[in-house]
Ligand binder design. Structure first.
Ligand code: PLP
Length: 412
């Protein structure tokens, strides 16, 4: 009996042992539980726009279904979608790619997964500027590589410094991952800020560059988005430029991401994809063609709306004593410091010794769910996703302010 029980009991693979349950999922789980209990919880954790997918895109998907585009497609994207992506890269980013240099997957997340699975051998290192989107490190680990986290100070706008990059590079470094505008910090690199970093890479030809431009269209004020391969054409033969329709066109559920890069890399990534998902959804690909080639005015409208929300949240948070919030250049997140609150006590006598305790306190006592910075590798901070209504954001900031006002200074 015993031996049967032993052989049939579940045993996860070793590779999962280093991947913790995401803090975001834990908080969302607790927030949902509180909601079920009837509490009016405001969840500011979502990594997706609250807008709906534009009608013209939905209609293109319906047309694709009616026309029978319901079969497997070419492995890493239809010719039509690849053509639309090439056109997008050329006109918006100044990057010219051949068809063989384009890949399409079920989300940018799968593009990253394919790239790491296709290139990493055990012990290969991947440099990840921190704070980072949690997925980067976990995918590197699943692929057998080693994430090398490089903290990026708030004083440097949460951007990687060329000196820190130089110090992190070893003979085992395979990739540097860059994400601008960033999830979670909202920080973005201007051309002048990118240049010194790219100059370091030029000295290390074994290091490839993975650029995640997912939030390209969500930038504010006079910030001008630019992508590294356009700044340094010398790096083109070792840069993978990733983008997608999820955030720009509010299409997170459609699962379409894409990238442009050297043909040999793209081909190896297709091999990985061929034995995982075969191809992205045919219907979603048809919708993505419409997203990229149809009317683009929606981008500006939504950007304006996000900017209004950013301004409200940044102002409200900076008015709370003990919290400081850097003005993000893009994406829909704020990443605020609670250094001024660490050590204070909650009314229940619990010491706010970390951003995790702070997030837990906000959720339990103020019914606001935020994500602690430690979940993204940098403490003591917390991330707010402001992809929700102005009214809800205003209410959430008021609740945070009231909860912070109840914290007692150290020693009292
Ligand atoms: N890249 C960044 C920086 C993100 O924040 C996200 C989603 O949160 C993605 C990529 C994932 O995009 P997709 O929906 O295309 O997988």
């Amino acid at each position: 009996m015993n031996s049967v029980a032993q052989t049939t009991s579940f045993r996860p693979a070793d590779r999962l042992s280093q991947i913790g349950v995401s803090e975001i999922l834990k908080i969302t789980g607790l927030a949902n539980e509180l909601k079920r209990q009837g509490r009016d919880v405001i969840v500011l954790g979502a990594g997706e726009p609250d807008f709906d997918t534009p009608e013209n895109i939905k209609e293109a998907a319906v047309r694709a279904i009616a026309a029978g585009q319901t079969k497997y497609t070419a492995l890493d994207g239809t010719a039509e979608l690849k053509a639309a992506i090439r056109h997008k890269f050329k006109t918006e980013n100044g990057l010219e790619f051949e068809q063989s240099e384009i890949t399409v997957a079920a989300g940018a997340k799968q593009v990253i997964y394919n790239a790491m699975m296709a290139t990493l051998d055990p012990g290969d290192e991947v440099i990840i500027p921190t704070p980072f989107w949690v997925t980067y490190a976990d995918i590197v680990i699943i692929a057998g590589g080693k994430p090398v986290l490089v903290p990026c100070k708030e004083e440097n706008g949460f951007r990687l410094s060329p000196e820190d990059l130089e110090a992190a590079i070893t003979p085992k470094t395979r990739w540097l991952m860059l994400n601008s505008p960033s999830n979670p910090s909202g920080a973005a690199y201007s051309e002048a800020q990118y240049r010194p970093i790219l100059d370091v890479l030029l000295k290390h030809p074994q290091v490839w560059l993975m650029v995640d431009d997912m939030y390209e269209h969500i930038v504010y004020g006079d910030f001008r988005f630019v992508t590294p391969a356009a700044i340094k054409p010398e790096l083109r033969n070792r840069t993978l430029t990733i983008n997608g329709v999820s955030k720009a066109y509010a299409m997170t559920g459609w699962r379409i991401g894409y990238a442009g890069g050297p043909a040999a890399l793209i081909k190896s990534m297709a091999v990985v994809q061929s034995q995982s998902t075969s191809c992205p959804s045919s219907i979603s690909q048809a919708a993505a063609v419409e997203a990229l080639t149809g009317p683009q005015d929606i981008l500006l409208q939504r950007r304006k709306s996000f900017e209004e929300r950013r301004d409200l949240v940044v102002k409200a948070l900076n008015n709370i004593e003990g919290i400081t919030c850097r003005v993000p250049e893009g994406a829909f997140y704020t990443f605020s410091s609670i250094a001024g609150l660490v050590g204070r006590k909650t009314p229940e006598g619990r010491v706010v010794e970390s951003d995790s305790v702070f997030a837990d306190y906000l959720l339990r006592s103020a019914d606001v769910a935020v994500v602690p910075g430690s979940a993204f590798g940098l403490a003591p901070y917390f991330r707010i996703s402001y992809a929700t209504s102005l009214a809800e954001l205003e209410d959430a900031c008021k609740r945070i302010g009231a909860a912070v006002a109840k914290l007692r200074p150290e020693g009292r």
